[in-house]
Design a protein around this ligand. Structure first.
Ligand SMILES: [Zn+2]
Length: 578
């Protein structure tokens, strides 16, 4: 269809040129042709890329942008505001078929995936509920699988979807903290998320991103230069003195779009040294496997220490994210010369802001390469190798591909505190990111065998899924930091907070497990499995009356059984009539 409009325009263009030459054509006819041509031209520019129907019928204001920097990932879609309410109709952005439905108490919550004939998949997440026919199908699947959570794929033709069909209603399910629609576009064949913004011309963003801070990295002391944003599209700074032959920069930015208070992210950065592009970051499509490289893209140590994200304008040697156009490592700069530096940042709608300054290398004589401080007392972990650390208390394996840069590994033991059962071991600090999980083992000392199965590795906030082998307890850790041992002998707390057989939600339980966490739950009525839903955000498990519950006038039994990660079980029974 897009090509057709384009072809038609070419024909029309020829007509138009012809008309201009036909001086004797009637003025009204010429005007009609002119207007028709302009309308088609506008249409053509709107359809420059296949545009899609919006998934909501309310104005599209964003609270999250594509490739925005998030904890341990790049945001894979856009977050669309829903006026802090749930229940707005969600429409299919294009015709196609439901290819996948995923239901979980975590992550995307209730999510639906639609494949389209144009090679794209659209994803709608954190839904409150599905449309009636999909909801019935989902409920049957949940009873079949005896599980609230499931992840099911469908064949083309099984659940066809028309353009603009209501597929569900907006919500706040899963790992969503405030009602909104998480909308994603993916390339169907790779499942790589792509930037959906070019497909929605109705999302208006004319606001340029802003520079907040320019960081000039130094082996001695980093320079932190606050940027004053004026209306100018180019900000010029005074000459900056750098103390490395190859200076490294970082930036903190802010970006807003029309009608939204939310700070959105930029997704393109360009750095020029003397008019030569030396670094480019352009994140319009990535794979979920590389999403964690966000920790290599940002200054992770600064983020963990101060909470703000500096985007580095250089690439760590272990950063395999494919969206860069750069060499690894340092940027060029000749000593004693003045270089022109230009940094450009772009948001998803190509709004641009530039920062310009001169950099001068100020150390005379020696060509200083900015060497890292060498520490012979500590083991050096190499980014391109498997790394191993062992002593009488702990063993640690960091697989190849887990690190973005080399560093000196630090280990220490803290004194026994009343908060933990064992010594706390500092397995470095959470200032060096891990791309893959590392394997940590801690020696078990002075624990009676009968308690061993209730032992877990504890990170100060929560426990890790732990395995015991002989004298050692092991777990996979996703970050460096302090680890100790904890005992979980307490079964999960279960408290009945509501019984109302006349309401849709008949039973509500408050649940909690302080140490190893709830991993399994099961409800039954008169011994038959019933669907229950766990909502970790408010620590409740509830039962909603569904089509599988039939009325009986006799007394009935509702049972719930909840298990934590080390196998402690709680049961609760309540009699009711319905
Ligand atoms: Zn989102």
């Amino acid at each position: 269809m897009v090509e057709n409009i384009f072809d038609f325009n070419i024909i029309l263009w020829c007509f138009f040129c012809l008309l201009l030459n036909l001086k004797h054509t009637h003025f009204v006819m010429r005007l009609v042709y002119y207007i028709f041509f302009v309308i088609l031209l506008i249409n053509n520019s709107l359809y420059a890329q296949d545009s899609l129907r919006t998934p909501l019928n309310i104005p599209m204001y964003l609270s999250g942008s594509f490739a925005e920097l998030r904890p341990n990932h790049f945001h894979s879609g856009i977050d669309i505001k829903t006026n802090t309410k749930t229940g707005y109709s969600i429409y299919a952005v294009e015709s196609g078929w439901v290819s996948r439905i995923k239901v979980s108490s975590f992550g995307y919550g209730l999510a639906i995936y639609i494949d389209h004939p144009n090679g794209l998949t659209s994803v709608y997440a954190h839904l409150d509920r599905f449309n009636d026919s999909i909801a019935q199908r989902v409920l049957r699947l949940q009873y079949q699988k005896k599980s609230f959570s499931f992840d099911q794929y469908f064949k083309p033709g099984e659940i066809p979807v028309a353009l603009g069909q209501i597929i569900g209603y907006s919500g706040n399910s899963g790992g969503s903290f405030g009602p909104h629609l998480h909308f994603e576009l993916r390339e169907t064949k790779t499942q790589f998320p792509i930037n959906p913004m070019p497909y929605f011309p109705s999302i208006i963003d004319t606001i340029c991103p802003n520079f907040e801070v320019l960081v000039v990295y130094s082996p001695t002391k980093n320079q932190w230069i606050k940027i004053e944003n004026k209306v100018d599209s180019i900000i010029e700074l005074d000459t900056i003195l750098v103390d490395c032959i190859s200076p490294r920069f970082g930036i903190v930015t802010k970006d807003f779009s029309n009608g939204s208070e939310s700070d959105l992210g930029i997704n393109t950065i360009k750095l020029y040294f003397n008019q030569e592009l030396v670094y480019q970051y352009n994140n319009q499509i990535f794979s979920f496997d590389e999403s964690k490289y966000v920790n290599a893209h940002i200054d992770y140590k600064h983020y963990k220490t101060y909470g703000s994200r500096i985007e580095k304008l250089f690439r760590e040697p272990g950063d395999k994210l494919h969206v860069y156009r750069t060499n690894y490592g340092d940027n060029p700069l000749l000593p004693d010369s003045i270089s022109d530096i230009l940094i450009e940042i772009f948001d998803s709608k190509q709004n641009k802001h530039s920062l310009k300054f001169k950099a001068r290398y100020h150390t005379q004589g020696a060509h200083m390469q900015c060497p890292e401080a060498i520490n012979n007392a500590l083991p050096k972990f190499r980014f391109d190798k498997e790394n191993y650390f062992e002593n009488e208390d702990v063993k640690l394996t960091v697989k190849k591909g887990s690190l973005y840069q080399d560093f000196y590994f630090e280990f220490s033991k803290q004194k026994l505190s009343h908060k933990t059962l064992s010594t706390t071991y500092s397995i470095h600090k959470d200032v060096i990111p891990l791309h893959q999980k590392a394997e940590l083992s801690i020696k078990i000392t002075d624990f009676p065998d009968s308690f061993k199965s209730k032992l877990v590795i504890w990170n100060g906030k929560s426990s890790l899924s732990s395995r015991i082998k002989g004298e050692w307890i092991s777990a996979s850790i996703s970050k460096f930091g302090d680890y100790s041992l904890m005992l979980d002998t307490v079964p999960p707390l279960v408290e009945l907070v509501k019984v109302d057989t006349s309401a849709l939600t008949m039973f509500v339980f408050k649940v909690d497990d302080k140490i190893s966490g709830i991993t399994d739950y099961e409800g039954s009525i008169d011994g038959t499995w019933v669907l229950m839903e766990y909502e970790p955000k408010n620590q409740t498990i509830f039962y909603k009356k569904d089509m599988f519950l039939s009325r009986k006038s006799s007394e009935r039994l509702f049972e719930i059984r909840i298990k934590d990660d080390v196998g402690n079980v709680s049961n609760y029974k309540v009699n009711f009539t319905y």
